[in-house]
Design a protein around this ligand. Structure first.
Ligand code: SF4
Ligand code: SF4
Length: 440
């Protein structure tokens, strides 16, 4: 399969457009009233000066292309101290804005291709992917452990390889293998069953979407699993009638929506298949009056926007032919794919919920701190950063925090435990499942 994944050399023109102004370290456009706040988790922890926000990362890229920098241990460490959250991208307004996370990842791809990256502590991600097809070193049979209560209750979930279904529920490795996050697939499947949706899972045959590999620069491992998935999606569409792929995982959603389109044949392969996040599917049913609530959930909550369902899904408009400004100019941004309003609308619709917002939200959301390989490579920093986000949530007076990503679920709960907070991170589906009644 042919892929259009940029090399650092191909991005050189963009790399030279950074003016090193430093605006990318601060979120400066939220409010009203207009407010300023930290946006770069790497800068907050390790200092902005020199290297830690995208200004520094882009300077690194220039140094590598110029041959002035080598992959020393310290340098690699600085390259990998980044959650690839895209917060910096959101602040920059110059022409390379659409490519900032791409530049950081291309730098990592070069490090991996030249045998230097990723960090030693992150190598187990690639090793596990190649041995187990998931980044958690989890044996295949464990992938379906979360389905046991359904079998026990005599409500088995279809195995889509054996029975046809309209919807493939692509569970994702974090929900399947990460014990504290297993509530996410459990609640998702429970809701789908209550709503009578025709869905199935791949069970032990599901393999990783490849998101983590891509974020740490292992393009080869990413391509291997992505190609297998794309071929499998096409086969399920043709042979099993799948026309919708739904996932509750922000990382899988981002990968399938944004990384997989780099496959030259993506449109052909995915023709007739739509990819949605669970909350989008549920919100559609809610708007049609097909999803109703019973009972109350008296809880004061705030909402955390995962980077991967938010600004990572920005669509940028670039003046390709120079007819609007100049060739290659960044001219605008379309946020129609970003899941900002949908989860909030559903959350606020739950009877009894009192909703309050944090300061840094939507496109200015402060990353949970676990992305970009950081949870594996720098676990203590990931949890420390999550504590900072939990503290922001606590400052609103909310009792609990809600999100739509099993990865944020795990990391923010780790952050909460670290500071002995009573605040819990719940996935939105875990709350919805409590107020969606069984069919009569
Ligand atoms: S990435 Fe953008 S905001 Fe950051 S230093 Fe470069 S030009 Fe300035
Ligand atoms: S992607 Fe996030 S962590 Fe990385 S440099 Fe930008 S703001 Fe900092």
């Amino acid at each position: 399969m042919k892929w259009e994944i940029s090399t650092l050399e191909e991005l050189e023109d963009k790399i030279w457009r950074c003016t090193a102004c430093g605006n990318c370290k601060t979120a400066y456009k939220f409010g009203p009233p207009p407010a300023f706040g930290e946006i770069c988790p790497a800068g907050v922890e390790f200092g902005f000066d020199g290297m830690m926000a995208s200004k520094g990362k882009i300077a690194f890229a220039r140094g590598i292309l110029d041959g002035e920098l080598e992959w020393t241990e310290d340098f690699l460490d600085a390259v990998y101290k980044c959650t690839v959250c895209g917060g910096c991208q959101n602040q920059c307004e110059l022409d390379h804005k659409p490519f900032i996370p791409e530049i950081i990842e291309a730098m990592r791809r070069k490090a991996v291709a030249e045998g230097a990256g990723p960090m030693p502590s992150q190598k187990k991600i690639s090793q596990s992917l190649s041995a187990y097809n998931n980044p958690y070193q989890g044996p295949r049979r464990v992938r379906t452990d979360w389905t046991r209560p359904f079998k026990k209750a005599k409500k088995p979930i279809k195995n889509i390889n054996k029975e046809p279904a309209d919807i493939l529920y692509y569970v994702g490795c974090t929900g399947a293998f990460n014990l504290p996050a297993r509530g996410v697939p459990t609640a998702t499947a429970s809701i789908f069953q209550k709503l009578g949706l025709d869905f199935g899972i791949l069970g032990e045959n599901e393999i990783c979407c490849g998101s983590t590999a891509m974020r740490i620069g292992d393009a080869e491992e990413f391509k291997r699993v992505a190609e297998a998935n794309l071929e499998m999606f096409q086969r399920l569409h043709e042979e099993k009638g799948v026309n919708t792929i739904v996932t509750s995982c922000a990382g899988c959603y981002r990968a399938i929506k944004k990384d997989y389109i780099l496959a030259a044949d993506y449109d052909k392969i995915m023709n007739g298949i739509r990819v949605v996040h669970t909350v989008d599917l549920l919100n559609g049913l809610f708007q049609e009056g097909k999803l109703k609530f019973s009972g109350e959930l008296p809880m004061k909550v705030t909402y955390h926007d995962p980077c991967h369902t938010g600004r990572h899904l920005n669509k940028f408009e670039i003046d390709e032919d120079g007819s609007k400004l100049w060739k290659g100019a960044y001219v605008g941004l379309n946020e129609e794919d970003c899941l900002y309003d949908v989860p909030r609308e559903l959350l606020k619709a739950i009877p009894g919920i009192e909703f309050t917002e944090m300061e840094r939200i939507r496109d200015n959301s402060y990353c949970c701190g676990g992305g970009g390989g950081v949870m594996t490579g720098y676990g203590d920093w990931a949890a420390k950063n999550a504590s900072r986000r939990i503290e922001e949530g606590m400052a609103t007076g909310a009792e609990h925090m809600v999100s739509i990503c099993p990865f944020c679920h795990y990391n923010l709960n780790e952050g909460s435990k670290r500071i002995k907070s009573d605040m819990q991170l719940y996935d939105l589906v875990e709350l919805l499942d409590q107020v969606i009644p069984e069919p009569e």
